[in-house]
Write a protein that binds this ligand. Structure first.
Ligand SMILES: Nc1ncnc2c1ncn2[C@@H]1O[C@H](COP(=O)(O)OP(=O)(O)OP(=O)(O)O)[C@@H](O)[C@H]1O
Ligand SMILES: [Mg+2]
Length: 258
């Protein structure tokens, strides 16, 4: 079994943007939470040395991180580093650590190390979600090589549109050069306030025809609290979280084809 296909319902989704702070980690956790709510096993691969997704998933004590896995590079070795999270038995994490920054700067020798490390490590029917760092370095290239699907996160702003265009071309380049099976799930606009909704969707759709998903992710104050509380939004009772839960369900269906 390849690291890219995990049978029915399985997909390996790289969540990326070439801009910092636009919501990659939030959407990674939102997708993991939607899978958790749907009863689908999920593995979150935290490829960001900032380790924000690792923090939010509150893993049990672990011996190996994604840094060790990339260093080792043996086929299927990732299975030894999957760690249970506090979200429940179905949600596991391949944790990040600050040393991962070295893996992003030096050459890894190959951009296929993550794909090889995941080969045979992921049970059929599992959703794998890869939280990328905000640059197009070795780590993000490894994610694009391991992924079956790329999800691009865009910010609702002028610079957000420019960054999304660059991200789409990086994904196309990965598909044309090294991963012909890579599917673009689309560009999703995050942190949209009610009055802004149509404006940024229209701008992006005009710039990237056929690439932008037809819904947006709302700006909801509860996001920061639930990341701090280390809970899935789907388990959060705040009155403003329902809109977010609905948007993540839609996103989950878009990336899993459900
Ligand atoms: N939909 C949202 N509503 C409200 N706040 C949000 C939303 N999405 C993200 N945020 C907040 O914006 C900040 C950045 O989000 P996040 O960490 O997900 O971005 P990122 O792209 O992963 O950042 P980085 O590039 O540093 O990894 C966080 O404080 C997060 O709580
Ligand atoms: Mg992040």
């Amino acid at each position: 079994m390849s690291g890219r296909t995990q049978g029915p319902g399985g997909a390996t989704v790289a969540v990326l943007s070439l801009k910092g702070g636009v919501g990659k980690t939030t959407l990674t956790l939102g997708l993991a939470g939607a899978a958790w709510a749907a009863g689908q096993p999920v593995v979150v691969v935290d490829l960001d040395p900032q380790a924000n997704a690792t923090y939010a998933l509150d893993p049990h004590p672990f011996d190996f991180t994604v840094h060790d896995v990339l260093w080792d590079g043996r086929p299927g070795i990732a299975a030894q580093a999957f760690t249970a999270s506090a979200w429940g038995a179905g949600v596991r994490i391949l944790a990040a650590e600050p040393a991962l920054i070295d893996r992003g700067q030096r050459t890894l020798g190959a951009i296929s190390r993550l794909r090889v490390a995941l080969e045979g490590a992921v049970p059929p029917g599992t959703l794998v979600v890869i939280d990328c760092p905000p640059t197009l370095g070795e780590l993000t290239r490894n994610a694009l090589q391991a992924a079956s699907t790329a999800l691009i996160v865009a910010e609702a702003s002028r610079f957000g549109v420019d960054a999304a265009i660059r991200a789409v071309s990086a994904v196309e380049q990965a598909r044309e050069s090294t991963n012909p099976g890579l599917h673009v799930a689309g560009v999703v606009v995050n942190r949209v306030r009610a009055g802004q909704r149509q404006r940024w969707l229209a701008e992006l759709t005009a710039a990237l025809p056929g690439r932008v998903v037809p819904f947006t992710i709302p700006d909801v104050a509860a996001v920061a609290d639930l990341q701090e509380a280390r809970l899935p939004v789907q388990a959060w009772p705040a009155h403003d979280s329902h809109e977010l839960t609905g948007a993540f369900e839609e996103l989950y269906r878009a990336v899993t084809g459900g």
